[in-house]
Design a protein around this ligand. Structure first.
Ligand SMILES: [Zn+2]
Length: 246
């Protein structure tokens, strides 16, 4: 992976106008320049999140820090974790296998894992998915057979859909990361969700704002161009900024 500060800054600027799912696709394109946007959008959510976690380690290291509100007393609890403990599935190798099979009571279901295209559809037609909470799941069903006779996904009952949903969580564990937290104020324990998409984009946003502030300081003090400042090593840039502020 080779990502320059100028390249990441350009991505941040392009992504600022986009939804979080689209921003994420831009980040994936940085990690895998040889793959087409269409291929990257078809990565399962777990595969996508595994790639984002690896990208985060490349950009900012393995120490993750955040806060979460205790659901019982609303106290803000700080947590810290090493991201190496959060890899629940391997980085995908291309081309990825998109199809899986599930058999129960002579019903054979061929399905795929939810991907970024599915999430984009959910945001674009939110009402349809609110009216039919199982739609995201049934969208992923490719084929249903009972004793080798083809059926539609609508023939599946709720219990079977629930089992398929559980199976998908097992196939794609990285898509749902939970962390056990303890509240020191009320001793409540709970599982907080960790969403790498929001986490990483927030970090990139803070990084970009900070970097542009440094560019502003150095350009206005020394008259250097933005391009030259961005091409400098971080160590040099920080030292020059320190000299101005001394
Ligand atoms: Zn609490």
């Amino acid at each position: 992976m080779q990502i320059t500060p100028a390249g990441l800054l350009q991505l941040w600027e392009t992504g600022s106008e986009q939804t979080l799912i689209e921003k994420t696709l831009l980040l994936l394109a940085k990690t895998s320049p040889a793959e087409t946007p269409g291929t990257l959008a078809m990565l399962s959510i777990g595969e996508r999140d595994e790639m984002l976690l690896t990208l985060r380690e490349y950009l900012f290291g393995t120490k993750l820090l955040n806060t979460a509100a205790c659901p019982y007393c609303s106290n803000m609890v700080e947590w810290e974790i090493n991201s190496s403990d959060l890899h629940l599935q391997p980085v995908p190798s291309f081309p990825v296998n998109n199809y899986f099979g599930f058999v129960k009571n002579d019903v054979e279901i061929k399905y795929r894992l939810p991907n970024s295209n599915d999430l984009l559809k959910v945001t674009q037609s939110a009402d349809a998915y609110l009216l039919n909470p199982e739609k995201l799941l049934t969208d992923c069903i490719v084929d249903v057979r009972y004793n080798n006779k083809a059926l539609g996904a609508e023939a599946l009952d709720k219990d079977l859909l629930r089992e398929l949903d559980l199976q998908i969580s097992k196939d794609d564990p990285q898509a749902d990361i939970g962390m056990l937290l303890n509240c020191p104020a009320c001793l409540n324990k709970w599982e907080a969700k960790f969403d790498i998409v929001t986490y990483l984009w927030t970090e990139i946003d803070i990084w970009a704002t900070h970097l542009l502030h440094e560019v502003y300081l150095l350009a206005s003090s020394f008259g250097w161009s933005e391009k030259d400042i961005l091409n400098m090593s971080e160590q040099r840039r920080k030292l020059y900024v320190k000299l101005i502020q001394a």
